[in-house]
Design a protein around this ligand. Structure first.
Ligand SMILES: [Zn+2]
Length: 72
């Protein structure tokens, strides 16, 4: 892997890491996030959706059991 120095596209100030704004001129998103960050965000989103779906299924199961106990 090659190490490339990042700089702001507007003021050419060197930028360390991934920042929301250029510390020199305030340019928004001076550094494009690498693809794996988007992949990770998508993964977290899918995991969150899966968790919500799972919770709903558990809630419905508990309600079904409660209804069953009531009818006994
Ligand atoms: Zn800048």
């Amino acid at each position: 892997m090659r190490e490339r120095s990042r700089s702001c596209p507007r003021c050419k100030a060197p930028i360390r890491g991934y920042v929301d704004e250029c510390p020199s001129c305030g340019f928004e998103k001076p550094v494009a996030l690498p693809w794996h960050v988007y992949g990770l965000m998508a993964l977290i989103f899918v995991a969150a959706m899966w968790f919500l779906i799972d919770l709903d299924a558990i809630a419905r199961a508990i309600l079904a059991v409660r209804e069953g106990l009531r009818s006994m």
